[in-house]
Ligand binder design. Structure first.
Ligand SMILES: C[S@@+](CC[C@H](N)C(=O)[O-])C[C@H]1O[C@@H](n2cnc3c(N)ncnc32)[C@H](O)[C@@H]1O
Length: 819
């Protein structure tokens, strides 16, 4: 190893072959442009792909980013081998150069994880373009390195570390993608990402294999192995520090988190121990899989293919393309629920072990290729199922949160790259194929043990028992004769309803006729953290066990709402009740009214639309069994609505999930006008404007009094105004960008003619403002600055002329200062 000679030029000029450098530079530039274009398209279209749910769109984003990163990463691998070979160090040196990218990966992951903690959701949304730009920069750096024809070791090392760094920074995108993916789709999302990554890893070497060939270099042990081991150890230690010290939530979820943490303190301490244990097992699983992936790659690189990177390219390309096909197959099997995930994992592990066994006593390329074809795709699939399973079990207020799982898996990957790449080469050279096969079998065994432990801990081995019940039993935190309840609710009897069996388990049924709009009952709710647990509900002589994940809807980050008898209300796509007049009693509880949306006869089941209060509905709700003619078939939760559905249903949503979704969509603003019998929403084609008079008004009459809001027209694209009627359904108005100027005035002055040239902050009223010089029928006056900080300002609309019922009218805003 000649690391001391870092500034010397490599002894072989133009290592990729005379005349090939120009081609390489062109290819790098082309890949850079394609990568940039694809990533840009994915990023800009992510939430607006029509007909695709936003969770699918985010999953495609994650897979797309993995794909393009892998193309670039793997395009450079064979070149790095070739360049490092010319540095004269042989196999271990090249192993070190390849592994050194683990160091950059580590630094990049740290940066992503800290950014996730420090930045607000909107900043995170903006920041995910950085990896895209960084990827383009990487292409330019590689191109200039190749164009120079004589890269130094230092440059090569810098390039490898930079590649890892950019890959690590890209994890920010994966945090976001995983957060936007419902729990039951996490395994699918992971398989998709890993498969896309593998496909990218296949295409990169295939392209670079067109660039040249070189003679086989002998293996030389060197100082690289201890350095690599030290890097791997450092990665693992620092990963532990990062995961344990940085809290899980992004900046703006902190108040909710504080609430959730209070409640979490009340939980059984064994739950925490179990979570930490589960966490360690997942890391072991990831480390084992990453190690085997690195080691099997070494097989292809070493066996008979030698150092010729056109052979490396085609070999890796074919194996990784097979990996992508295996991933797609696994996804199809999952979507159809043909085989249980645990069974699928075991089948894949057995196939991988058979691949390793093929190497005993075999010689030549065919056996090596067959072994790699059996091992590599299956192990990558096992890794994706493992990561997805861990994601499903994640708990946002513990160290076992989604971002931490991604960090842990990425660190395991970084450590495996730095350590197992050179080690695999060393074992192969010293122990031959038999030694190498033993090493692979040992790794497969470690993965199998870790997988079993993870599944046992999650309780997935037994479908009859909730995962955490079993977990707590195993760890001695719970008695065999019943679960530890995190809460016991004593609920007063409600005359108008009863709990009994329904088509979907227990349900809530009317015991007497209920009229549309009638208040059926008032009930209490309780906030809980987003953690698993059981609740005991006592209702008259009945005792019911509730599960937090099944019965308490997810309202926001780390926030679930546990209701009392409403815990038994089933979902319908054509519901007959709705919830209103919510009041908070203290930080962790409140009460609300349950109202009839239509007439309900005795014996009918009371049903609500879960998507209006649940960000992520339970897994077993799809397919929906409500049986209504307009059944949507699948109910996933409002967090997965495409933007157009969100805009349409925003007004109907419960306040807490609505606030959460508005945070996720900073270009949408919501304004609640409160009840008014004097104005109506008019169809735009009937009267030209959205708000019209509900009755006749004489000059000087007050038509409307309500809140205004400040809209930053540069950031806001849609304002949704809620005009609730006395009885549901609610009525809402959507103001798109082009309407905003006509319904708002500059913050400091009076009218500005609705001039489209004026941008920035404006006071929004929702009523059409007359253009300068045009006669208006009404006038807007500011009444009060609103009660308390952050409260909306109140304005009045007074008629200046006679206005008839149904008429849309225009206003002036001569004085926007308070009297
Ligand atoms: C809040 S609980 C309702 C009470 C539940 N039926 C029980 O027996 O405890 C929600 C669960 O009820 C079931 N469920 C409710 N509505 C459903 C529907 N429309 N289709 C299928 N399952 C439904 C699902 O199992 C869901 O996870």
């Amino acid at each position: 190893m000649k690391l001391h000679a870092r500034t010397e030029h490599l002894d072989h000029r133009d290592p990729i072959g005379v005349g090939k450098t120009a081609m390489a530079v062109t290819m790098v530039m082309m890949i850079g442009v394609v990568v940039l274009a694809v990533e840009f398209l994915i990023l800009t279209r992510v939430v607006t792909i029509r007909g695709v749910s936003s969770s699918w769109a985010f999953q495609l984003l994650g897979a797309g980013v993995s794909f393009v990163a892998a193309v670039q990463y793997s395009f450079i691998i064979p070149m790095s081998y070739d360049l490092s070979r010319h540095a004269g160090g042989g196999a271990a040196t090249s192993g070190f150069f390849i592994g050194s990218n683990g160091l950059g990966l580590f630094a990049g992951i740290c940066a992503s994880r800290l950014a996730w903690r420090m930045m607000s959701p909107s900043q995170i949304h903006t920041a995910i373009v950085l990896p895209v730009v960084a990827n383009a920069g990487l292409g330019v750096a590689l191109a200039s390195l190749l164009a120079s024809g004589a890269p130094t070791q230092l440059q090569l090392l810098g390039l490898r570390v930079a590649m890892g760094l950019f890959e690590g920074v890209g994890q920010l995108i994966h945090f976001l993608v995983r957060k936007m993916t419902p729990g039951h789709e996490q395994v699918r999302a992971a398989v998709m990402e890993y498969s896309a990554y593998a496909l990218g890893m296949g295409i990169g070497p295939l392209l670079s294999s067109m660039l040249g060939a070189g003679p086989k270099a002998p293996f030389q042990p060197s100082a690289a192995a201890p350095v690599s081991a030290a890097v791997a150890l450092l990665c693992v230690c620092l990963a532990a520090v990062l995961v344990l010290t940085v809290p899980s939530s992004p900046k703006e979820g902190r108040e909710e988190l504080a609430l959730a943490e209070d409640a979490q303190d009340a939980l059984n301490p064994s739950n925490r121990a179990a979570i930490v244990f589960l966490c360690l097992m997942t890391v072991l699983l990831c480390l084992g899989v990453a190690a085997s992936v690195e080691v099997t790659t070494a097989l292809l690189l070493e066996v008979d293919g030698g150092w010729q990177y056109n052979t490396i390219g085609t070999g890796i390309g074919a194996v990784l393309a097979a990996t992508a096909v295996a991933g797609a197959g696994l996804m199809a099997v999952q979507e159809r629920e043909l085989v249980d995930e645990a069974v699928a994992t075991w089948i894949m592990l057995i196939v991988a072990a058979v691949g390793a066994l093929l190497l005993f006593g075999s010689h030549g390329m065919p056996a090596a290729l067959a072994a790699d074809f059996l091992m590599y795709p299956t192990l990558v699939c096992v890794a994706s199922v493992g990561e997805g399973t861990a994601m499903q079990a994640s708990s946002s207020t513990s160290v076992f949160s989604q971002p931490n799982i991604i960090v842990m898996c990425a660190f395991a990957d970084a450590a495996a790259r730095a350590f197992f790449t050179p080690l695999g080469r060393y074992v192969f050279d010293e122990g031959g194929r038999a030694g190498y096969a033993c090493m692979l079998l040992m790794i497969v065994a470690v993965i199998a043990v870790a997988d079993v432990l993870v599944r046992l801990l999650r309780g997935m081995a037994s479908p009859n028992m909730d995962g955490y019940d079993k977990l707590q039993l195993k760890l001695g935190g719970r008695q065999e004769n019943g679960p530890d309840f995190i809460k016991v609710l004593d609920v007063p009897l409600i005359e108008k309803v009863e709990i009994r069996d329904s088509e979907c388990g227990r349900g809530l049924f009317a015991t007497r006729p209920i009229r549309q709009g009638e208040l059926i009952y008032r009930a209490k709710f309780h906030f809980l953290p987003d953690l698993p647990g059981k609740v005991l509900l006592r209702y008259g002589s009945q005792e019911h066990e509730l599960s937090v994940f099944e019965h308490a809807p997810l309202h926001g980050a780390n926030l679930r709402e546990l209701d009392e008898v409403d815990s038994f209300t089933n979902h319908s796509c054509e519901p007959n009740i709705f919830y209103e007049s919510t009041r908070f009693l203290n930080e962790s509880s409140g009460e609300y009214g349950v109202y009839a949306l239509k007439d309900i006869s005795p014996g009918s089941e009371l049903t609500a639309d879960y998507e209006l209060f649940d960000l992520e509905t339970p897994k077993d709700l799809t397919p929906c069994r409500c049986g209504s003619p307009t059944c949507r078939g699948a109910v996933h939760g409002s967090q997965f609505w495409p933007l157009e559905v969100l805009l349409e249903r925003l007004a109907e949503l419960e306040p807490i999930p609505r606030a959460h979704l508005l945070q996720q969509h900073p270009s949408v603003q919501f304004l609640d006008f409160g009840r008014s019998s004097k104005v109506v929403a008019a169809a735009p084609d009937t009267c030209g404007w959205a708000i019209a008079a509900a009755c006749d008004f004489e000059p000087g009459a007050v038509i409307f009094e309500g809140p205004s809001c400040i809209v930053d027209c540069q950031k806001i694209c849609h304002v949704v105004v809620n005009l609730p009627l006395q009885l549901a359904p609610q009525c809402w108005l959507l103001f798109a960008k082009e309407d905003l100027l006509r319904a708002s005035a500059p913050v400091s002055g009076g009218m500005d003619n609705g001039d489209c040239g004026h941008r920035g902050e404006r006071r929004f009223f929702g009523f059409e403002l007359a253009a300068n010089g045009h006669q208006a029928d009404a006038e807007i006056r500011m009444i009060s600055p609103g009660e308390g900080p952050g409260a909306p300002e109140i304005f009045q609309v007074c008629s200046k002329a006679r206005i008839r019922a149904g008429q849309a009218f225009t206003c002036t805003a001569p004085c926007l200062r308070y009297p």
